[in-house]
Design a protein. Structure first.
Length: 86
């Protein structure tokens, strides 16, 4: 989701006391004891040859087609890993 600079300025100008946080649950006392640091996976730019019809299909899915391709590959790899663990 892309937020315009104008909208970001509008959001930034809202005083903290005007923001309704009543629907946000309180953290449990031991929240930080159970918390785990999750490091983002670094993406690496590569050159990849794929069939032209596959590329067109992904591009036709709209903006973010490369991320979609990454998700499909990740899903496949995770499935293969889980299959080997069975």
């Amino acid at each position: 989701m892309i937020i315009s600079a104008k909208r970001l300025q509008e959001i930034d100008s809202i005083p903290d006391e005007s923001i309704d946080t009543s629907d946000i649950p309180e953290l449990e006392d031991n929240f930080w004891e159970k918390a785990k640091l999750v490091e983002p996976i670094v993406k690496k730019a590569i050159s990849l040859r794929v069939d032209s019809d596959l590329l067109e299909w992904f591009k036709n899915q709209g903006k973010g087609y490369q991320s979609l391709m990454n998700s499909v590959l990740r899903s496949y790899v995770e499935h293969q890993i889980n299959k080997k663990l069975e």
